[in-house]
Design a protein around this ligand. Sequence first.
Ligand SMILES: Nc1ncnc2c1ncn2[C@@H]1O[C@H](COP(=O)(O)OP(=O)(O)OP(=O)(O)O)[C@@H](O)[C@H]1O
Ligand SMILES: [Mg+2]
Length: 273
Amino acid sequence: MSDTPILSIEHVGVRFGGLVAIADLHFDVHAGEIVSLIGPNGAGKTTAFNVMTGFLKPSQGQVRFRGTSLQGLQPHEIVRLGLGRTFQRTSVFPDDTVFDNVMIGLHRQGRARVLDTLLGRDRAGEARLRERARDLLDWVGLSGRAGEKAGALAYGEQRLVGVALALATEPAMLLLDEPVSGMNASETQVFVRLIRSIRERGITLLLVEHDMPMVMEVSDRIVVLNYGRLIAEGPPAAIRADPAVIEAYLGHSSAALHQDGAGRTAATETIDA
Ligand SMILES: Nc1ncnc2c1ncn2[C@@H]1O[C@H](COP(=O)(O)OP(=O)(O)OP(=O)(O)O)[C@@H](O)[C@H]1O
Ligand SMILES: [Mg+2]
């Protein structure tokens, strides 16, 4: 882990009219880390992601990625710098195969001479692209489903198509927006392994996620937002026992913070800090 952060959120504030969605948000992510951004509904997590990826201009502060200010950059320019993301909403073409969905995504990313490839003039390019699509499907564990219609996949599996396309942009860092929502426990475990394999290939990860057992299991560090403010930052064990965090989740879903991996609520709460 290097000392210079790969991503720095520098005193970012976002207002929507009179509503302060984020206030003075400040944290770093270091290369090689898996960090989760958590907090109750409406805490400002998605807003923070939208600022990092250029979909929203902050009212205050800025984001730096690999030392470069992202101020004024368009989403596609940020992707080109190596900051990739997945979207909360899955958008596959349901009537096309899983393989074709990835091919369409690769074409859209402009890594091929589209017309030449479509007209069959660039057979070598097309072959390379098909190989790339196969590699990506293999990485996310969808090889066995490549020939099926994407619409036939379970919701959780459709999200893997989105992850494959985000990986296709060859990011140095990947932002995942609620990647396991809608997945069952075993699908989530498979996804945890995928997250680890992504990190093993040198990609830094920042997740927004409500699945607390998963967050606690996979994260090196957790950043907690409440009403747009950073209320805690630290390793999972410290976050789980942090009185401010427990307080923030009370009245929302305090049980969620204390579930074990099997989704059972712990009999004794760990409020011992
Ligand atoms: N485009 C917008 N215009 C006005 N208010 C917005 C807009 N986007 C978000 N907000 C408000 O900003 C606050 C933070 O919203 P945000 O979506 O970032 O929360 P979140 O932490 O992602 O919540 P959840 O866990 O429910 O997804 C909320 O009060 C929300 O209603
Ligand atoms: Mg959100």
